[in-house]
Design a protein around this ligand. Structure first.
Ligand SMILES: *Cc1c(COP(=O)(O)O)cnc(C)c1O
Length: 241
């Protein structure tokens, strides 16, 4: 929508939001072709954390349907402000169990299920006996550093069982962030193996969320279905307020 004046005001040398989005979309198509896959199998989740709701609105005007946020208060405010848009909101950040029930009110997908207490918080309670069902991914830690978030590969099966036991989370698959100190592709290959294990427990949990701005082509080669891309589309993130 080049006639929208807001989209022409971006002075960045790479042509602005519309050009960056087009460039990532064609990069995704190229990656899919190289992997012998169809780009239709891939969901682009644009990670808009730290950016204002106005940027999310511009993205929606450019055809973006899925957005990702990693902080509850910011996500809640943006989802409320943009309630007129039919966006699918993905929560991709560390979640506190006491916030889980609030996240469920605006997010359609929680990609960062990684602790018993968070998963349990989605279960029905006396005050909310029939809560809405939300889509979920179990986040896997592909490093030895517990600070990076996610469950260790050996603990994934137990976490999957726990998610299924809630009855309120539709398990979609696994999610991970590539390690910082390793090539992404072998790490994504490990994630793919874990995904196969998860599918042997829950055949419907076929999705793999992996791949960010710098490594999404590798993720596509290793079977990713959801790409969480921020800066390559939005440009540099503003400093956290
Ligand atoms: C910020 C973030 C992304 C996007 O990262 P970019 O490098 O900006 O593409 C993806 N996944 C998670 C979990 C994030 O927090």
């Amino acid at each position: 929508m080049a006639s929208d004046p807001r989209l022409q005001s971006d002075p960045s040398p790479d042509g602005g939001l519309e050009a960056r989005l087009a460039s990532v979309r064609s990069g995704i198509s190229d990656a899919a072709r190289a992997a012998g896959r169809s780009a239709d199998e891939l969901t682009l989740v644009v990670v808009t954390k730290f950016h204002p709701a106005s940027l999310v609105r511009e993205l929606a005007a450019l055809g973006v349907t899925d957005v990702g946020e990693n902080r509850h208060q910011e996500a809640q405010a943006k989802a409320a402000e943009l309630a007129d848009l039919a966006l699918t909101w993905h929560f991709v950040g560390q979640l506190q169990s006491k916030k889980a029930r609030q996240v469920r009110r605006y997010a359609h997908v929680v990609q960062s299920l990684d602790r018993d207490s968070v998963v349990d918080a989605f279960a029905p309670t006396e005050s909310e006996p029939e809560p809405p069902v939300i889509d979920g991914f179990v986040q896997v830690n592909l490093t030895d550093d517990p600070g990076r978030g996610g469950v260790q590969p050996d603990d994934v099966d137990a976490m999957v069982e726990r998610v299924l036991a809630t009855g309120t989370i539709r398990l979609r698959g696994v999610m991970a962030v590539a390690p910082l100190d390793e090539e992404p592709r072998p790490a994504f290959a490990r994630l793919r193996g874990i995904s196969e294990r998860v599918r042997s427990i829950e055949p419907a949990a076929t999705d793999i969320s992996a791949g960010m701005s710098g490594d999404y082509a590798d993720a596509v080669l290793e079977g990713a279905t959801h790409l969480r891309i921020g800066t390559a589309i939005t440009g540099k993130r503003p400093v956290a307020p």
